[in-house]
Write a new protein. Structure first.
Length: 289
């Protein structure tokens, strides 16, 4: 297929247009969260929370079938419960937060798979774990749009406190004690985006569209605003490439999008001017005169 033929699939097929719209909105909403997770050295937290929502999603599925709002409510409750439990274990025991999250998300993942298997089939398990972006319907698009709108408003309010927390984590606590509130609000927005992402990419891959573009953007700039915009752009590019490749080669659409994001990450690691391999090993220029 030629390039114009590949692009025409979005005009010729309604399910491809819905898939593209969902992925574009997810890209704009999730990529900034990935940037702040990376800068705050909480990248694995996003992965852990993506697994943590599975029992809630599974519980919603058991109670109401493939009902978007039931699975969303279950995932939100499960994600926040895991976050609060990890925080409590960290405060009350010698374990660090990353260890607490790692232990809890492993249990959550296993419990979620057991709950789904208790009533559903292997197809249901695969759908919830890896998503089905080409099956996005209008209801899912509306939900993804609502989450993206909440995310934009949240970042408009939380942007400066989040930036200050990245620079000096103890600053907010010292001046007003709002650090915990900001952290909880940020975690809530992250969980909402992971739940929205699960509609398209499943619980295991939704964090990929959040973290890979953010990590790629880090190799091209040090300015936070530019890094955030670039992360969104790379997420959009990965979505378009992944969807067209999945249609042309009959590949699973969600994994194809994440692989495309992985290729962009590899290119960034290699050619990025801010710490990329080529820049690191390029001979330094010597001034003359």
């Amino acid at each position: 297929m030629t390039f114009p033929d590949l692009l025409s699939v979005f005009t010729d097929f309604a399910f491809m247009r819905r898939a593209l719209a969902g992925c574009l909105v997810l890209s704009v909403a999730a990529a900034p969260i990935g940037v702040f997770l990376m800068l705050r050295r909480l990248s694995l937290t996003g992965d852990a929370m993506a697994h943590a929502i599975l029992p809630g999603v599974a519980a919603g599925y058991l109670l109401a079938g493939l009902n978007l709002w039931a699975m969303t409510a279950g995932g939100l409750v499960a994600g926040l419960a895991i976050a609060l439990m990890a925080s409590a274990v960290t405060r009350l025991t010698p374990l660090k937060e990353d260890t607490s999250l790692a232990t809890l998300y492993l249990v959550s993942l296993a419990l979620g798979v057991i709950l789904i298997s208790a009533r559903g089939s292997a197809v249901d398990v695969m759908h919830l774990l890896f998503g089905s972006v080409l099956a996005i319907d209008d209801t899912a698009l509306v939900f993804i749009g609502i989450v993206a709108s909440i995310t934009v408003v949240a970042f408009a309010i939380l942007w400066r406190p989040l930036v200050m927390e990245c620079i000096d984590p103890g600053f907010l606590k010292a001046v007003g004690g709002r650090g915990a509130v900001i952290h909880v609000a940020f975690m809530l927005v992250m969980v909402l985006n992971l739940i929205a992402g699960f509609q398209a990419l499943g619980t295991l891959l939704s964090v990929g569209l959040m973290m890979l573009p953010a990590a790629s953007a880090r190799f091209w700039t040090r300015r936070l605003g530019t890094m955030t915009a670039l992360a969104m752009f790379l997420a959009v590019v990965a979505s378009v490439i992944g969807l067209t490749a999945s249609f042309a080669a009959n590949l699973p659409s969600g994994p194809a999008i994440i692989v495309a994001a992985g290729v962009l990450y590899a290119l960034s690691v290699t050619f990025g001017p801010m710490g990329g391999l080529m820049a690191r090993f390029r001979p330094a220029r010597h001034r003359t005169g």
